[in-house]
Write a protein of this length. Structure first.
Length: 171
């Protein structure tokens, strides 16, 4: 068991065990797959009351969905939810990890704040990105940019994700 390399990733895609839509082989590096930023973002509304963090918490109650054509301006200290263009289906014996890209981290962009794990057996799911500008300068983030990468890993055993974010389409 271990991290999948380019040849194994391409083999799984060829066999349709791993599905990435849209996909271009140039997205696959030595041991990762680049994912592109979509056009939709969820921005936080100004706080008016306390938000209770419980099992029933729903981020949609304190955010609004916006779509951009050119870029989204992420201010220093600001957090926003983005989403990948790609929809991913993982086999039930492969999990994944979302990682930021160093070229963007060097200017303060954090692509995922906490939730970087992709469950085995997820189906046609776009990945939500908990983006934060930890740097001192405003960042214009452009849809279509290869904003992050996923690293795939073989699981011991098989499992199938059936949680509430299966098949998510919006941040």
């Amino acid at each position: 068991m271990g991290i999948l390399t380019r040849s194994e990733i391409l083999r799984l895609i060829e066999e349709r065990a791993l599905v990435i839509e849209p996909f271009d082989p140039s997205q696959v590096g030595p041991a990762s797959i680049d994912l592109h930023l979509g056009r939709e973002f969820r921005i936080f509304r100004p706080a008016r009351e306390i938000f209770h963090v419980t099992d029933e918490a729903d981020h949609r109650l304190v955010t609004e969905l916006v779509e951009v054509e050119d870029y989204f301006l992420l201010l220093p200290g600001q957090a926003v939810l983005g989403i990948t263009e790609e929809r991913i289906t993982l086999p039930d014996d492969i999990c994944g990890w979302i990682q930021g890209r160093s070229r963007f981290a060097r200017v303060g962009l954090m692509v995922h704040v906490t939730a970087n794990f992709m469950q085995p057996g997820m189906v046609r799911t776009r990945q939500v990105l908990e983006m934060n500008n930890a740097g001192p300068i405003p960042l214009a983030i452009h849809p279509g940019t290869a904003i992050c990468q996923i690293i795939l890993e073989e699981c011991t055993g098989r499992a199938r994700y059936e949680g509430r974010f299966q098949g998510q389409e919006h941040p």
